[in-house]
Design a protein around this ligand. Sequence first.
Ligand code: CMC
Length: 437
Amino acid sequence: MPEESLTITDNRTGASYTVPLFKGAVRAMDLRKIKTGPDDFGLMTYDPAFMNTASCQSAITFIDGDKGILRYRGYPIDVLAEKCTFLEVAYLILNGELPTEPELKEWTRKVTLHTMLHENTKQFMRGFHHDAHPMSMFISTIAALSTFYPAAHDIFSRESRDLQILRLIGKVPTIAAYAYRHSRGLPYVYPDNSLSYPENFMSMLWKMTEPKYEANPALARALDVLFILHADHEQNCSTNTMRAVGSSQADPYVSVAAAAAALSGPLHGGANEEVLRMLDEIGSLDRVPEHIKKVKAGEVKLMGFGHRVYKNYDPRARIIKKAADAVFEVTGRNPKLEIALELERIALQDDYFVKRRLYPNVDFYSGIIYQALGFTPEIFTVLFAIPRTVGWLAQWQELLGDSEQKIARPRQIYTGHDLREFVPIEAREKTPAAVTA
Ligand code: CMC
C-alpha cells in the first residue's frame, strides 16, 4: 500500500478502498470507484464555492493565508513592490523569471508598440451612454477587441498567443483611460510612447491642453506599486473565470472580458469602490462605533475586510498603507484615512472580527490612495483590472500548457423533480414563484 494514501471504509457496503494522495490532496476522480453497486455513479465531492478544491496546479503565485504571505514566482511581494517596475513584474509572472536588462528593454518596447487602439474602437466607445460605468465600458471594449483580431482564435499558435498577450497588456490602460475620459465628457488622449507604463496611463487620463503631460514621479511610482500588488492572486474568482472560459478554447479577449466581469462584483474587485462609499457614509470618526454595530448585527458588511484565503493581515494592504504616506506627502492627507484607521483599530480588537479572523484586505486602503491620486470611485475597479490582466493571461497560458486540463465542467447534485407527466397549458396552475419584472 503506498504510504501517501488514505484508506476509506464505505459504511454503506463495508468495502474498504485505498486512495493515493497527490501532492497532499485526493484526486476527486479516484473517489468514483467508491460505489454501492454496479449501477451507482460513484462518489463525488460536493464543494459549493470551491472552499476546499484545488482546480489546477500552478507555479505562478503562492499564498499562505494563515501567515499572510504572497509571492510571485517565489519572490516576496514586498521585495518586488520595493525593487521592481510593474512591467518587470509582468515579465516575471508571464515568463517565470525576472528579466535581464536587455530583456526588460525589449519587453517594454514590445508592450509599448501595442498601446494604440484601432480608431473604430474609439467610435465604438463613443456609443456608450454618458453615465455608463467605466468598468462596464472596460469589459465591453475588451470583448470587442476580439472583433478586431480574429487570428486570436488560434489559441494553439504560440506566435498568436504572444501577440495577443502583448496587445492586451499594451491596450488595457488605453481602454481604461478612454472609459474614464468618456464618463467625464473629455476628448480621448492618444498614448505617448515616450512615457513609462504608469506615466503614459496618467497622461491619457489627465492631459489637457499642455503639449506633454508631466507626471509627478512619486505619484507615478505609487501607481506602479499598486499595479504590482494587483498583478496576480492565484485562483480568485476572476482568475477562475478566466480559466473556465479559456478552457472552452475561447479567444483571450472574450476570456479576459469575462474575467473582468467577475472582478467587477462588490465581493471581489468592486469592493474598493464600496469601501469609499462606506467611508463617505460613515462621514466622521464619532460615527465609526455605530457602523461597527451595524456590521455585527449583520445589517451591512465591513467592506475591505475579510478574505477567502487570508486569515491574517493581507500583505498587500500593509504595503498600500506604507505607499499611501508617499502619496500623501505630495497630495496632502486624505481625511478618509482617519476613519479607515479607526475602523481597523476597533475591528482588530473586537471579538466579532477576531473570532472570524477578519483583517483588512487589499481593497481596504487602495481606494483611499486612489482617491488621493485623483481618481473617482467609479474607476477604482478598472485600476485593479489593468494589472490583473497580466495574471489572467499568465494563468491562461499555464492552462493551455497543462495536459491535465480539459473544458471546465463541474457536476451537480440534482434536487429537482423526478420524471413528470406533461400538463397541457389550459390545465396548468399559476406558478408560485414566477420571475416578475
Ligand atoms: N464584514 C462582516 N462580516 C464578514 C465580512 C465582512 N467584510 N466578511 C466575512 N464576514 C463574516 C461572514 O458573515 C461570516 O460570518 P458567520 O460565520 O457568522 O456567518 C464569516 O465572516 C465568514 O465569512 P464568509 O462570507 O463565509 O467568507 P468567504 O470566504 O465566503 O468570503 C469575502 C470572503 C471576501 C467575500 C468576504 O469576506 C466579504 O464579503 N468581504 C467584504 C468584501 C470585500 O472586501 N471583498 C474584497 C476581497 S479581497 C480582494 C478581491 O478579491 O478582489
